[in-house]
Ligand binder design. Structure first.
Ligand code: FE2
Length: 494
């Protein structure tokens, strides 16, 4: 559909914003959200090329562009835009954030990022920050505005840092590390001396220390002070509101304190508290504002993560029950999956795989034969030699496994491993006949471990092979069936 330029009612000083995204629902969502503000005047483009054509005849204060687009990518558009007008602010949208991508976009001049799916309030907040910042860049900026710029710098830093925080969080990460990151960011934002996060247990009405960042010695001057501090925490929990306390207000507590709740779905998860400013001054309202933006954002992130984890655990539970229905029929599959998982993880660690890859192979190993659910008992448990037709049915299990996992977008990487665990290095495997490095690395790892385990264990149709013989088999099939480097690495750790 040709997307006519949608103009909203606008004042004389309307800010002009161009929205570039090939996916119309996202584009419409942004245009509609911006349309709520009469100060914004928007145009839209479906491709980078179209955006450049519009830029030939119009100027903009801000551009919001998707990164992944057919034809000209968002990064190419960013480059072209910066060549034409270095002052225009560009916010990038990405569905797949990585620290590399962030750094590269910052270097190319992007001012900020949004990760899909994004929060509309977050979008409006960022648009507002960057439009105000751009206004300040204009020559009429006066001293007062410059003072505000300082604030803006910090807010922008927060926005960028949090983005990196967001993108790191995309990968499976220990909650501990996330809390540590929140505490570190909080300290940096307000130049505080010590920040701690405590989780609140509603059942026993107690606070449990989670992480502390900064100088921890002499945290409490005495037991009375510690007790009083706990009273303040209780107040924050009760009122679900942040507090800023300075020595003048409550000299008995501590010199300057900000204490803010971390909320998940209207429940108190914990409390973030910052004590003492490095320069010994009192915290001010600006500091409180920074901490509030951070805790609000952190709460949102934690909520997403916990939600993600619960969906994830749910899916894994469902898949596990699927696997156990196969295992109920075939005891070999159960033991085999367990051993292959342990060995594949060990080998992946040895190969220097990332934490994310190791998690992937752990899940994929459990699931790798899930497609056998479609193989009838008469074939799966057959003791004699299989007919050609029966062989074909068994050989379907990677494809069936792939199909079972297809609707679960969270398991896209694992699905690929399940599909490719019977591919061969020389291209003579199944189901796709991929060759060499066309086969995903983790599927090549799995192929070696899977074959070794099958050889060294009793099957209905043949007894287990001694380890030495199985190793000789792996070596004999290097570069035909298996990736030679992976065989070498595995033999070293067998
Ligand atoms: Fe298999």
């Amino acid at each position: 559909m040709p997307h006519a330029v949608r103009l909203v009612r606008h004042s004389k000083e309307a800010k002009k914003i161009l929205v570039v995204d090939d996916y119309s629902p996202t584009r419409n969502l942004i245009i509609e959200a911006l349309g709520q503000n009469p100060r914004y005047q928007t145009k839209e483009a479906e491709t980078g090329e179209e955006a450049l054509r519009i830029l030939d005849s119009h100027s903009f204060d801000l551009i919001i562009s998707d990164i992944m687009m057919p034809g000209m990518s968002g990064m190419e558009l960013l480059h072209a835009v910066r060549q034409r007008d270095p002052a225009v602010a560009v916010i990038m949208i990405t569905g797949n954030p990585t620290t590399d991508l962030t750094v590269s976009a910052i270097k190319k001049g992007a001012v900020d990022f949004l990760t899909k799916p994004f929060d509309i309030d977050d979008l409006l907040y960022k648009v507002d920050i960057h439009l105000r910042r751009r206004q300040l860049l204009k020559p009429e900026a006066c001293e007062k505005i410059l003072a505000e710029l300082k604030l803006d710098d910090k807010t922008e830093t927060l926005s960028k840092q949090s983005y990196i925080f967001d993108s790191i969080e995309e990968s499976p990460m220990d909650n501990e590390i996330i809390f540590q990151k929140i505490a570190d960011l909080a300290l940096k934002l307000v130049d505080g001396e010590v920040c701690s996060i405590m989780l609140f247990d509603e059942q026993d009405n107690e606070f449990h220390d989670k992480v502390t960042s900064g100088k921890t010695s002499g945290l409490y001057q005495n037991a009375t002070q510690e007790r009083r501090l706990k009273m303040i925490f209780n107040e924050v929990v009760e009122r679900r509101e942040a507090v800023l306390i300075n020595a003048n207000d409550r000299p008995e507590v501590a010199p300057s304190l900000i204490c803010a709740p971390l909320m998940i779905r209207n429940n108190i998860l914990g409390i973030l508290s910052i004590r003492r400013k490095k320069n010994r001054e009192a915290f001010n309202k600006k500091d409180l504002h920074h901490i509030l933006s951070l805790t609000k954002r952190a709460s949102l992130n934690l909520e997403n993560k916990i939600l993600y984890e619960s969906i994830y655990l749910n899916i894994m539970d469902t898949l596990r029950s699927l696997i156990s229905s196969i295992q109920a029929r075939d005891h070999y599959t159960e033991e085999h999956s367990r051993r292959v998982t342990d060995e594949a993880v060990r080998l992946a660690e040895n190969l220097g795989c990332t934490q994310k890859e190791i998690e992937s192979i752990r899940i994929a190993s459990v699931l790798h034969d899930v497609g056998k659910i479609a193989v009838p008992d008469s074939i799966l448990l057959k003791e004699g030699k299989l007919t050609e037709e029966e062989c074909m049915i068994i050989k379907n299990h990677p494809t069936i496994g792939e199909n079972i996992l297809k609707p679960i977008t969270l398991l896209a990487d694992e699905r690929k491993i399940v599909q490719c665990h019977h591919e061969r290095w020389d291209g003579k495997g199944y189901p796709l006949g991929l060759k060499g490095e066309e086969i995903p690395l983790l599927a090549r790892v799995m192929a070696v471990v899977d074959a070794f385990d099958a050889m060294t264990n009793n099957r209905t149709y043949r007894p287990a092979m001694p380890k030495e013989e199985a190793i000789a088999e792996l070596i004999a099939n290097k570069s035909t069936q298996f990736d030679p480097d992976i065989v070498d690495a595995y033999i070293k750790i067998i």
